[in-house]
Design a protein around this ligand. Structure first.
Ligand code: COA
Length: 318
């Protein structure tokens, strides 16, 4: 059993924040960010919550698929920036789109879309779900220390969704790797204010050791791509499109050279959105779908890495 994507949608806030805008907040400049990361601008929410963005992306994907909320059998949302710990973002999206189905969140940071698809495949293969809505929504701006130039210039806000439909045809292969630890990337959750705790206070914001993250990223993306192609028995020449996580253009360039997959097959939009965590890959897929570059039967390779540390790659057929 496999799936085909029958609809995609995305939503990003209207508010465009350029590198020059950020240089008024922290000691940075357009040249540094463009050269070292490849970002020119990102969208930063002013009023949209994570749920608002996820809901708008979901409606767009449903419309693209020609479906209503009640046609969906399962909603899997990948987010690390949900507005509430309970209800889950997926439960609230179920409420907002008028669905009547199982719904839950997965937490896998920037690899969230891939972990959500893999989870959905379990339901599809067991015949428990025919149509699954995958939603990735991230309001990264609320997790950042806006005085830390090493992190606040890298991320952006946004959401994207895809509707998967079970099919006997097609192709699906995946690999996942988890190297659990919080020394390289960490986003603390609130400790609350219990009068009984005797914990040291820590920064509530995203912590990232940039160079260690960079090393993990380049190692995992090259390893995961090679492994998934081998497991699927597909030559790299037969991949039509590679959609990598958009964390740093230099990571993408490195992976392109190392894997030897033709440069023109790699989709890059980090210049316009920055790193939108789990939403980066489905935003790219939605752009590709709507611009008509995806053709039936195209073999698409997705590869992502991030907090966990967690990484993965998967191939499927359009
Ligand atoms: N503007 C200007 N200078 C900056 C800066 C900014 N926004 N951020 C850091 N710098 C400075 C540093 O302070 C340092 O200065 P120094 O040499 O005077 O000490 C210098 O630039 C180099 O810093 P370094 O951290 O070594 O830069 P880098 O080349 O490793 O780039 C990252 C930093 C974060 C862009 C890079 O490490 C990276 O992309 N890592 C992976 C991030 C990632 O993938 N995250 C998401 C995981 S999903």
């Amino acid at each position: 059993m496999n799936f085909k994507v029958i609809g995609t949608g995305s939503y990003v806030p209207d508010n465009v924040v350029t590198n020059d805008d950020l240089s008024k907040l922290v000691d940075t400049n357009d040249e540094w960010i463009s050269k070292r990361v490849g970002i020119k601008e990102r969208r930063i929410s002013q009023t949209d919550t994570t749920l608002d963005m996820g809901t708008k992306a979901s409606f767009a994907a449903l419309e693209n698929a020609g479906l209503k909320g009640t046609d969906i059998d399962l909603i899997v949302t990948a987010t690390i920036s949900g507005d509430t710990a309970c209800p889950s973002t997926a439960c609230m999206i179920q409420n907002r789109i008028g669905a009547d189905c199982m719904a839950f969140d997965v937490s896998a940071a920037c690899a969230g879309f891939l972990f959500a698809v893999e989870t959905a495949m379990g339901y599809i293969c067991r015949g428990k779900a025919k149509r699954v809505l995958i939603v990735c929504a991230e309001r990264m701006s609320k997790l950042l220390d806006w005085t830390d130039r090493g992190t606040c210039v890298i991320f952006g806000d946004g959401a994207a969704a895809a509707v998967l439909e079970a099919t006997e045809e097609g192709l699906y292969e995946s690999v996942f790797n988890v190297k659990g630890g919080d020394d390289v990337l960490k986003i603390p959750a609130t400790n609350g204010s219990s009068p009984f705790y005797q914990l040291e206070s820590e920064s509530p914001y995203l912590f990232m050791n940039g160079q260690e993250t960079f090393k993990f990223a380049v190692n995992s993306i090259t390893h995961d791509i090679a492994a998934v192609l081998e497991n699927a028995g597909i030559a790299k020449e037969n991949i039509a499109h590679v959609v990598p996580h958009q964390a740093n253009k230099r990571i993408i360039d490195f992976a392109q050279k190392k894997t030897g997959i033709d440069l023109d097959k790699w989709y890059v939009n980090i210049d316009r959105y920055g790193n939108v965590s789990g939403a980066s890959i489905p935003i790219a897929l939605d752009e590709m779908n709507r611009s008509g570059v995806l053709k039936k039967g195209d073999k698409i390779l997705l590869a992502a890495f991030g907090g966990g540390l967690a990484s993965g790659a998967l191939v499927f057929e359009w």
